[in-house]
Design a protein around this ligand. Structure first.
Ligand code: GTP
Length: 204
């Protein structure tokens, strides 16, 4: 059984709860309590694999503007970064979040890794009030090597499902790559024994 941890981040009111609840229940609920953070859990089957998913939906009120994110970066396997296309400030906040995630990968891995990050321009139904262009979102995502889409949590159920599914698949792919890079305990031990006794045998 796989355990996947996803953090949904973004500025206050960008639609983090709306997206999360849409994915988990397929429903759009107009208003959400924004004074408490939540970790939602869901058991799901993806590509024939059973997994336990945890989604962290923070309360952005008291921590708005603070980008330490240390706990989230350690906890999460992937991120959905949400901004509101009708709110330029939320785009600036999303950009700062992406830079913070990228910097943490740089220090952790000494190189940029293909991370499980999805940049989402939410509230596409409000495109008559648009303040952030589609191409700006696309460019920011390309610059930070993450996936991108615009959608509306209010109106696009299927797009929301697809976006979450893609980020979960990326997390699983990253897990597989990490597994391949790290030799398993038994293989390392076999190599060690072989190095020690193999060499001795040669010298006899
Ligand atoms: N028109 C429109 N409104 C949306 C959409 N998604 C969310 N909203 C509304 O935007 C407001 C904020 O949504 P939330 O999901 O609470 O946003 P949040 O990012 O979780 O906000 P905090 O919990 O305060 O950080 C609510 O009134 C939602 O109904 C959308 O796709 N379109």
């Amino acid at each position: 059984m796989n355990e996947l941890k996803l953090a949904v981040l973004g500025s206050r009111g960008a639609g983090k709860s709306a997206l999360t609840v849409r994915f988990l229940t397929r429903r759009f609920i107009g208003e959400y309590a924004s004074n408490s953070e939540c970790i939602y859990t869901k058991h799901l089957c993806l590509d024939g694999r059973q997994m336990n998913l945890e989604i962290y939906d923070p309360c952005s009120q008291p921590r708005q503007g603070k980008l330490s994110l240390t706990d989230e970066l350690h906890w999460a396997d992937g991120f959905v970064i949400v901004y509101d296309i009708s709110d330029r400030a939320s785009f600036a906040f999303a950009k700062a979040l992406l830079y913070r995630i990228r910097d943490s990968h740089l220090t952790a891995c000494k190189r940029v890794v293909e991370s499980a990050v999805f940049l989402v321009g939410n509230k596409q139904d409000l495109c008559h009030m648009r303040e952030v262009g589609w191409d700006e979102g696309q460019k920011l995502a390309m610059d930070n090597k993450c996936q991108f889409c615009e959608l509306s949590a209010a109106e696009h159920c299927q797009e929301v499902m697809t976006m979450f599914t893609k980020v979960l698949r990326t997390i699983i792919t990253n897990f597989k790559v990490k597994e391949k890079r790290r030799p398993s305990g038994s293989k390392s031990m076999a190599k060690l024994i072989n190095n020690m006794f193999g060499k001795r045998r040669k010298s006899v």
